[in-house]
Design a protein around this ligand. Sequence first.
Ligand code: C2O
Length: 529
Amino acid sequence: GLVEHDFNITWVLHNPDGMQARPVIGINDYWPPPIIRATVGDRVVVHIHNQLGNQSTSLHFHGLFMENNTHMDGAVQVSQCAIPPGSDMTYNFTVNQPGTYWYHSHSSGQYPDGLRAPLIIHDPETPFVYDEELVMSLSDWYHDQMPNLMTGFIAKSNPTGAEPVPQSVLLNDTTSIDIPVENSRYENHTYLVRVVNVGAFAGQYLWFEGHNMTVVEVDGVYTQPQTASMLYLTAGQRCSFLLTGRNDSAADVNNYPFVTSMDITMFDTVPPDLKYNATGWLVYDVRRPLPQPALLDSDAFDVGGPLLLDDAASLTPHDAMPLLSEPDVSVEFNVNMQTRRDGANYAFFNNITYRHPVVPTLYTVLSANTSNDDGNDKGGGPEDARIYGTYTQTTVIPRRGQIVQLVVNNLDVGRHPFHLHGHNFQVVYRSTANAGTFDPAANASLLPAATATPIRRDSLLIYPNGFAVLRFRADNPGVWLFHCHIEWHLSTGLVATFVEAPVELQQQYTPSSGISSLPADHLAACVAG
Ligand code: C2O
């Protein structure tokens, strides 16, 4: 089928936390933006009309692979130019990945101002059974607008690089929600709860009193069912779980609170008035009280052990896809945060801080003269970066079908949630905090020992002074970013570019016409901007 939306991107005044009204970026004069729903096999067409007046924009469909369609990925100065005020652009793609995703602006730190919402791809043949679906978004929330906050963040007057601390936390874009579940008292209802952390910065702990969660999907990958009493989702991550209503006897009927709580260890300072929790209720009986949660904030973080399902630990994909074979391409990204010579704070992969190229990388790659490309480099040495015009960035140029191993060493004291466009990756191994850097010789035994069927996801938290080893197959020609999903870090350079299978990529866009085979509205955005 066809799922078609007309999105006028507009400023709207809104006060989601009841503390302060502020301009937010909405759609069709409304905020929050609508959940996009589609079914596997559908074509999704979203017509964007940028009516912000003062800002450019774009949409990225986080977690969708955009196969043979890299120019629909929405990353500004990577796969398109930003859509200038007054201009239009249409995103048009088919969906073949069931699961829980989201869409958000991918234009200069913009989405925390409101342009983000869940994207759900229904599956007629889920490997589990449920009666009803609930979608839940979790988000940190700022009272000030991103351009202002960003100026303060990178300023010399912020020498420690402290990220702005959000003022509150939102649950479905408000501060508290009631979910009526009275039917489940009689019918033993099972809910499929799809959760998305659409936040800019903070990880979120989520737990329900009196109910377990049985995780069945993370980042669009079905998992073997696994029970947890608490979940942790970093910015960008999704999870769906089964939650079965209680059928307590009439005398015992109660309403149950659930809590989402920001990971305040990520903040340099915790202001005393910070609202870091939001509470909702499963309402079995509207006539009964809504009890306050027994556990709040950091008490709950001590639950620990098997009760806390961390974002990667011990999950197995439902399809039991085996560990990819030894890599053809092995790259190491060392993460650190530094003050530049001018005193401003920036983030680095391998001592390179990413800056947007003037021309989108995809267009540069499509225009490259490939006759000098011998196609042999493993991951693309400096020669290939010169051929494809990406030498100023941290770039990897895998060849079609190669297995890529990505070692990310987090040399920073902060937690970083990394996201890969165009793929999900196998989490071959992830260290605890303070494990140091990955040492191929000393740590070799970790990898096959880790698991024969590693979980795949598109977003993963890497602990302070820890590392992760990730693998994927370069089977999706395109230009794909790998970046920290903390918007402060994305905007200050914690970004690498994969130019994947460039020769085949050029062929997709008809060799003779190159970039001019792109849709007219994409080319027009570059001219107008
Ligand atoms: Cu959800 Cu490049 O991001």
